[in-house]
Design a protein around this ligand. Structure first.
Ligand code: NAD
Length: 261
């Protein structure tokens, strides 16, 4: 059978997709023909304009639905309001950098809720729809930090290791049902989340921007290049294609060699 990457007729819900990787993935899924639902916790004209632009650019249906991924009921309501969810991309995420003994409890709770628990809630709501449709793809955006650790990122590393575990359980519970679950593990991708870390890193290491990017942030990325949101979108499209039908319960690193070190 010829392998197809045509996603026409499929609906993709991408959490945290009004910027960065989520938006990049939404655009590539739409380019492949999927209808898309964008999401974040805000509800601005700019948010809705992003969906309009995708609809116009790729000739698909695109909507923006506000839902706060730190709230379990909102997570489930997002999937219900989407009405269909053949492809679920759990992407929403935040970061905070501090030593464990100084780590603010509210930051720990928010990171675990947004980066990990939201995926449990959306997956729980989406699986019945996928089973009814007889096809599904769950794609969890983990991180190189889902496979390795760095100091001062306790909550993030814990959440990302957690989502890799959740991915494996989801895959096993859906095995044989034409529903796969995988985690994409990016290294450094230049997005607002990473941009926001640069001033902190400059302060911590007392370095200028270029030096901190090359020697600190990309120190563990042997390619010395950031990954792009389009490359992550392309990886998601691959997992949704027929080529991905037997890829399940695993991680795909898009990290310039980080986890090979
Ligand atoms: P980003 O800040 O550009 O995007 C994060 C998205 O999550 C935004 O759309 C934001 O609005 C949304 N979000 C935050 N809190 C939310 C909430 N409570 N409810 C709903 N949406 C919320 O950052 P990004 O780099 O694109 O990160 C996307 C994902 O990729 C995250 O899970 C992040 O951990 C992961 N990741 C990023 C990198 C990187 O280098 N950028 C590397 C590895 C993994």
């Amino acid at each position: 059978m010829a392998i197809t990457t045509d996603l026409s007729g499929k609906t993709a819900v991408i959490t945290g997709s009004n910027s960065g990787i989520g938006l990049g993935i939404a655009r590539e899924l739409a380019r492949a023909g999927a209808d898309v639902v964008l999401n974040s916790f805000t509800d601005t004209a700019t948010d809705h304009a992003l969906a309009d632009d995708i609809a116009q650019s790729f000739g698909v249906s695109a909507r923006y639905i506000r839902a706060d991924m730190s709230n379990g009921s909102d997570c489930r309501a997002l999937i219900a309001e989407a009405g269909a969810c053949d492809i679920l991309v759990n992407n929403a995420g935040i970061q905070h950098v501090a030593a464990i003994d100084d780590f603010p409890v509210e930051k720990w709770d928010a990171i675990i809720a947004i980066n990990l628990s939201s995926a449990f809630h959306t997956t729980a709501a989406a699986l019945p729809m996928m089973r009814k449709a007889g096809w599904g793809r769950v794609i969890n955006i983990a991180s190189a930090h889902g496979l390795t650790a760095s100091p001062y990122k306790s909550a993030y590393v814990a959440a990302k290791h957690g989502i890799v575990g959740l991915t494996k359980v989801t895959a096993l519970e859906c095995a044989g049902q034409s529903i796969t679950a995988n985690a994409i593990c990016p290294g450094y991708v230049l997005t607002p989340l990473v941009e926001a870390q640069i001033p902190d890193q400059m302060k911590t290491h007392n370095m200028d921007r270029d030096t901190v990017v090359r020697e600190v942030m990309l120190a563990r990325q042997p390619s010395k290049d950031f990954a792009t949101v389009e490359q992550l979108g392309g990886t998601a499209v691959f997992l949704c294609s027929d080529a991905g039908a037997q890829i399940t319960g695993t991680t795909i690193s898009v990290d310039g060699g980080w986890t090979a070190l």
